[in-house]
Design a protein around this ligand. Structure first.
Ligand code: SF4
Length: 335
């Protein structure tokens, strides 16, 4: 549970402002906290003039998931990964699809870094995915666990909203192998009003990780809110500028938390995919039944990863290249 006194761990990336106040420098909120106060994310607390991570090693969920569920379609396709996540989030999206664990207090179980790694090994996982809510607010635990996991030969996967400051991102990046960054909109006003967050740091995070690790992008499409053609074109341009092989996942929204807008139709998702497909080679539709979740070779157009829901069939890729025509696919198969 948030604030469990047994879970305290010295926080990283903060400074004292004097008179018992501290400033957290982990994410763009840069919370200034008086004695006893907790930050926006509820994961950091000022205790006696020092900043502590009060969510250290507390996870709300432990599950072996298909890597496709993250979603990561082009990183070890068909594998399973131990998935864990903290209670809380630094954003406050009114449409949050996981609000019970991100916005409310939720029972959490203690799982220290060596225990998480031992569990991943015991379950024959390819690694550990830090996911479900926002893993950046778990920074100290995330970093410690990622280091132990790397030593044990496991992979580290991040599923994040990208709201982190450049300095901690730089410290974390070398320990991460793959990430899915959620870009909720290309409109800063949307981020400010609907998510209580900031767009620019998210774009910075995606740019920083692109090229250095395997990266995929998700956009939750909310009808009438972030699905205007010009917004989708901006998103397309941003992702294409990273790399035209970067997978973009359009995910269906369902009414949740404070938002009552009806769920996204398949037609809306298809329209979004049509708009961006002119510049991007890998565009997928998720959270609904759709034929648009096979991976096609960007060279010859043949199916190179057959996928049905989260189940993967044949993978016709060798060393990242199409088995039929040899074109580069951007897929990391690990073999
Ligand atoms: S990590 Fe939490 S406490 Fe630190 S700045 Fe971000 S929201 Fe505030």
């Amino acid at each position: 549970m948030i604030g469990d006194s047994g879970s305290r761990h010295p926080a990283r990336h903060w400074r004292s402002l004097g008179k018992g106040r501290v400033k957290c420098l982990l994410c763009p909120f840069n919370c200034v906290l008086a004695e006893g106060k907790t930050g926006v994310c509820k994961g950091k607390q000022n205790i006696e003039g020092k900043l502590w991570a009060v969510n250290y090693a507390l996870t709300t969920s432990i599950s072996m998931d298909p890597i496709e569920k993250k979603p990561l379609y082009h990183f070890y396709p068909g594998s399973s990964i131990l998935s864990i996540g903290p209670n809380g989030c630094n954003l406050g999206c009114d449409f949050c699809q996981n609000y019970q664990i991100s916005q409310e207090r939720f029972p959490a179980r203690r799982l220290y870094p060596d225990e998480a790694v031992a569990l991943a090994v015991a379950r024959d996982s390819i690694g550990i995915a830090y996911t479900y809510t926002e893993p950046m607010i778990w920074f100290e635990y995330l970093l410690d666990t990622a280091k132990v996991a790397r030593e044990a030969g496991l992979l580290n996967v991040l599923v994040s909203n990208g709201e982190i400051n450049p300095e901690p991102l730089e410290e974390l990046a070398p320990w991460i192998d793959a990430a899915n960054i959620d870009i909720k909109s290309m409109d800063p006003v949307f981020y400010r009003k609907i998510c209580k967050g900031h767009l620019d740091p998210v774009l910075f995070t995606a740019r920083r990780l692109s090229g250095s690790i395997h990266l995929e992008i998700t956009n939750l499409v909310i009808p009438g809110l972030n699905d205007a053609d010009d917004m989708l074109e901006k998103l397309c341009d941003f992702v294409a500028d990273l790399d035209e092989l970067t997978p973009l996942h359009f995910s269906a929204y369902h009414p949740a938390y404070r938002r009552k807008t009806p769920m996204t139709s398949v037609q809306t998702l298809e329209r979004a995919a049509d708009i961006v497909s002119s510049r991007l080679k890998h565009v997928f539709i998720g959270n609904v039944v759709s034929g648009r979740n096979q991976t096609l070779c960007p060279g010859c157009g043949k199916v190179v990863i057959a996928r049905r829901g989260y189940s993967v069939g044949a993978v016709d890729i060798i060393d990242g290249k199409c088995r039929f025509c040899g074109a580069k696919t951007g897929v990391v198969t690990g073999v």
